[in-house]
Design a protein around this ligand. Structure first.
Ligand SMILES: Cc1ncc(COP(=O)(O)O)c(C=O)c1O
Length: 308
């Protein structure tokens, strides 16, 4: 994988290869970590982090769901991320903050274990490939159901919860697809392994709502706002599996993948990428890269220290 010079670990900048933890780290055994996936883009105003405050808010909430306080304030994490990007010399990058239960007592009660934090950055291209972004990906409806709110909190971006996505991803890749779409425990469409899902039919855009065990995607929220600003009707509602193939267009949104058309579901061709997806993709890309005045407030521009 691509690397960087430095990682921010528990308040210090350390060399990439020295950012290590003990093998008895609690979260390594029990999945008691929470994280974020964030991106910084090259803009005319410099490197800018897309919806940084919203990602840090979600990190704080995910931590709270697992009874952890962030060991550093959100402002400290924000400033550390700025400095990390500058010191690694990146104009654009993926950003991975992680907060976890560290080395301490073993066993399932984590409350005595220290809470640790790190932020790593690296250059990461289109997660589902440039070709996928341009012409669409092939998706398979997974045989695995998305974690139920009766067992875990789907809104938490917690490391252990991602075993669900990992199983679905492996299944889809082994079967020759690019991505999996998971149904929820009520058999409604939920989301991809790391993306939210939208279906477009006769000009109307629908996406599963919060009762469908989704992660409250920040790009989902952004694309809903952009679509409404462009005059589309966007409905958050239950989406049936059959709607994935009845749709005129299907697309996914997520930080890693950005906005990606789905051109086939279960080997059935859809019209994607169609005109609605294309228009949203363009408007979203403009927002990400600071080309849109309307969404300028979504960007946290990384200050470059003066040389004086
Ligand atoms: C399971 C899951 N759903 C949806 C998303 C999309 O969320 P966001 O747009 O905030 O990246 C992600 C990515 O973080 C994810 O991991």
């Amino acid at each position: 994988m691509p690397t960087a010079d430095l990682i921010w670990l528990n308040g210090e900048f350390v060399a990439w290869e020295d950012a290590k933890v003990h093998v008895l780290t609690h979260s390594l055994h029990y999945g008691t970590g929470v994280f974020e996936g964030v991106r910084a883009y090259e803009t005319e105003r410099g490197a800018a982090i897309f919806r940084h405050a919203d990602h840090l808010d979600r990190l704080e909430k995910s931590a709270a769901f697992y009874y952890m306080d962030l060991p550093y304030s959100k402002e400290q994490l924000r400033e550390a991320t700025h400095e990390l990007i500058v010191r690694n010399g990146f104009k654009s990058c993926y950003i991975r903050p992680l907060v976890w239960r560290g080395y301490g007592p073993m066993g399932l009660n984590p409350l005595e274990n220290p809470v640790e934090a790190m932020v790593a950055v690296w250059e990461w291209g289109a997660y589902l490939g440039e070709e996928g972004k341009r012409n669409g990906v092939r998706a398979k409806v997974s045989s695995w159901r998305r974690i139920s709110p009766e067992s875990l909190i789907p809104h938490a971006k917690a490391t252990g919860q991602y075993l669900n996505s990992v199983l679905a991803k492996i299944e889809s890749v082994k079967a020759g697809y690019d991505e999996a779409i998971l149904l929820d425990d009520k058999n409604h469409v939920c989301e991809g392994t790391g993306e939210n899902v939208f279906v477009v039919r006769e000009g109307e855009i629908a996406t599963p709502g919060h009762t469908a065990s989704i992660l409250d995607g920040i790009n989902r929220r952004s694309v809903i706002e952009i679509a409404e600003d462009l005059g589309y009707r966007v409905v958050e509602r239950d989406v049936m599996r059959s709607e994935l193939v009845l749709a005129d267009e299907v697309f996914l949104t997520g930080t890693a993948a950005e906005l990606v058309p789905v051109r086939e579901v279960d080997d059935i061709e859809i019209g994607s990428p169609g005109p609605v997806t294309r228009q949203l993709q363009q408007a979203f890309d403009d927002a990400l890269h600071g080309r849109s005045e309307r969404y300028a407030e979504w960007l946290d521009v990384v200050p470059v220290p003066s040389r004086a």
